[in-house]
Ligand binder design. Structure first.
Ligand code: PLP
Length: 398
């Protein structure tokens, strides 16, 4: 008898489990389209030039590593505010935004979830169907009951917008609605600007709480373009939550750099909100780590590095779009007769391919091409060397 006799084995994380399987696969042609990671055309995880330059400057002037403030590096938090809301925006200038450095986008979501649970313990949380698999778990572990709102319609390979609006309309006041600000994970389908306006109208009319998850800013149409949706919520006078992740946009996955921003009605309210966010952080991990935040702060706040970052992020965005087109063309060349052009209407790092679980399993076992059982493939892991092989493999299972 041990303290742990009754402890059950938890299920493997579906995506990380897929990674283990990929690592063990001996197929020389294997391609990992499972995880949400951007690889360059050589199949390598990039180390951005702007990051290297910021790190070099830091190494040239080494500093001791004291504890950071609970809410992180001030220059980082201000950089995030400027990026997400606009440096010159009224909402930032009037001090209505509280931003805290977080351990990745996941950390931002978790800080927000814990704060919301204290604020409104009986609220429900709605996530899109489907959503990033960790959304449900994060909010459930914060003590919330989590349900879905309609989002993807497999039959039409598009968004069930009427269903989405109906579900939001039916939600009780105070319900937290988790929305993908851009580049929806896993489907790759985003709602239009006009549809966002309709969502905002419902959120406002029904007294819902919008929690915008911004994990891919810059991967859709551009940094400002992808961020425009936040401005719409602010213009509607809503108190919103925004989680930010720099994992993908800075290729700093392991540094765990993210943030949470909360929009209050005035400066005094924002200060009270910030004080509560700090309690959540203090009682979980005390304060954030230094390195990644310092790198991102340096890049965001140094004009030359900032320009370099925007160019490098732009290259990633453009390369993904090229891969989407090559995938459509390559599938046709490989003999797929059905219309696959939906791949180029999708945006961001992922494509919901419409392939069944059986087809995804065959792709893995017969070809070493790894995507999730739901048919999600990471187009950001395709490159000029593996695309033809992937197209032939998909054509063989379709
Ligand atoms: N939100 C979404 C929609 C994501 O896809 C991801 C990462 O894949 C995250 C949040 C988490 O980001 P991070 O790795 O910075 O915690």
């Amino acid at each position: 008898m041990s303290l742990f006799t009754a402890v059950e084995m938890a299920p493997r994380d579906p995506i990380l489990g897929l990674n283990d399987q990929f690592a063990a696969d001996t197929n020389a042609n294997k391609v990992n389209l499972g995880v949400g990671v951007y690889f360059d055309d050589n199949g390598k995880l990039p180390l951005l030039q702007c990051v290297q330059a910021a790190e070099k400057a830091m190494m040239d002037k080494p500093t001791a590593r004291g504890y950071l403030p609970i809410d992180g590096i001030a220059a980082y938090d201000n950089g995030v505010k400027a990026l997400v809301f606009g440096a010159e925006s009224d909402v930032v200038k009037s001090g209505r935004v509280s931003t805290v450095q977080a351990i990745g986008g996941t950390g931002g979501l978790k800080i927000g979830a814990d704060f919301l649970k204290k604020l409104n313990p009986n609220a429900k949380v709605l996530i899109s169907n489907p959503s990033w698999e960790n959304h449900r778990a994060i909010f459930q572990n914060a003590g919330f009951e989590v349900e879905n709102y309609a989002y993807y319609d497999a039959a039409t390979r598009s968004i069930d917008f009427a269903g989405m609006l109906a579900d939001l309309n039916a939600a009780a006041a105070g319900t937290v609605v988790v929305l993908h600000a851009c580049c929806h994970n896993p489907t790759g389908y985003d709602i239009t600007a006009a549809q966002w306006d309709q969502v905002i109208e419902v959120v406002k009319a029904k007294g819902l709480v919008a929690f915008l998850d911004m994990a891919y800013q810059g991967f859709g149409y551009g940094i400002a373009e992808d961020g425009a949706v936040i401005g719409k919520f602010v213009a509607a006078g809503l108190n919103i939550f925004v989680s930010t992740s720099f994992s993908k946009s800075f290729s700093l996955y392991g540094e765990r750099v993210g943030a949470l921003s909360v929009v209050a009605n005035d400066k005094e309210e924002a200060a009270r909100v910030l004080s509560q966010l700090k309690i959540v952080i203090r009682t979980n991990y005390s304060n954030p780590p230094t390195h990644g935040g310092a790198v991102v702060a340096a890049v965001l706040n140094t004009p030359e590095l900032r320009a370099q970052w925007e160019a490098e992020l732009g290259e990633m965005r453009v390369r993904i779009k090229q891969m989407r087109q090559k995938l459509v063309d390559g599938l046709k060349a490989a003999g797929v007769t059905q219309d696959m052009s939906f791949i180029t209407t999708q945006i961001g790092m992922f494509s919901y391919s419409g392939l069944s679980k059986e087809q995804m399993v065959r792709l893995r076992s017969e070809f070493g091409v790894y995507g999730t059982d739901t048919g999600r493939m990471c187009v950001a892991a395709l490159n000029s060397k593996n695309i033809e092989y992937v197209c032939k493999a998909i054509a063989a299972v379709i």
